[in-house]
Ligand binder design. Structure first.
Ligand SMILES: [Zn+2]
Length: 233
């Protein structure tokens, strides 16, 4: 049923149908989660993350945390509301945090549809591929444990290279949620995720002030002399 609906309504909107089975013949987690959420369609239930986890555990014994519902909407375009994200249903009601509900098999997830229209979503998948699905800055890999932050599963986000320019092709690098949040609006990055300049933003100014405030007297004096030369030009 899900693949019939997909072919009829969603394929042409860029929504991608997960593979049903892995190479070894077992069902993929994506397919299991999607099927579970679509049960009883169109009268689908609000499903808690615990229920989803219990279901997946029947196939994958070591499952502790099911991330698939979130990926299915944000990355693949399926119209699945998330309580965590604060999504609202058509009646403007929010579903409880930590739960999901499949809304429609005829329309894609709103934010996904918007991004597709703006023209970056498909490109972002390609861009991430170029980076080996790793954060440009810290190298953590998407869907895996973060290299430096315990308990964080890496989610790659579109990050500005220069925060003063729009988030569009040529100004995007993939960053994990830790690097993206921490550095937002402070720096200008090159394509390899290295900081190359201070952004002309409040955060950029603040970070320089903090550096200088904490610097030794020697650095301050040298810096002052250097600035005088620079500003004379
Ligand atoms: Zn990172």
């Amino acid at each position: 049923m899900v693949s019939d609906y997909h072919q009829k309504f969603l394929a042409n909107k860029g929504v991608s149908l997960p593979k049903l089975k892995n190479a070894d013949g077992t069902f993929t987690k994506d397919a299991l989660v999607l099927t579970f959420l679509a049960k009883g369609y169109p009268n689908t239930a609000v499903v808690s993350k615990q229920e989803l986890t219990n279901f997946i555990r029947a196939y994958y014994l070591d499952t502790t945390d099911v991330q698939q519902a979130r990926h299915l909407s944000m990355q693949k375009g399926w119209n699945i509301l998330s309580g965590q994200r604060g999504d609202k249903n058509a009646k403007n009601q929010q579903i409880p945090a930590g739960s999901y509900k499949l809304i429609s098999l005829e329309t894609p997830y709103d934010a996904f549809a918007l991004e597709r229209r703006a023209g970056f979503s498909g490109d972002f998948e390609k861009l991430k591929e170029k980076y080996g699905f790793r954060c440009a800055t810290c190298g953590s890999r998407e869907g895996s444990d973060h290299l430096f932050r315990k308990g964080v599963i890496v989610e790659l986000q579109k990050s500005h290279m220069n925060p003063k320019l729009p988030l569009q092709a040529g100004n995007i690098i993939p960053q994990c949620q830790v690097c993206n949040r921490g550095d937002r609006n402070r720096w200008i990055y090159d394509k390899t995720g290295r900081v190359i300049e201070i952004a002309e933003t409040q955060d950029g100014v603040r970070v320089v002030k903090t550096f200088l405030k904490n610097a030794s007297r020697k650095i301050k004096v040298e810096f002052l002399g250097f600035l005088k030369i620079l500003l004379r030009k």
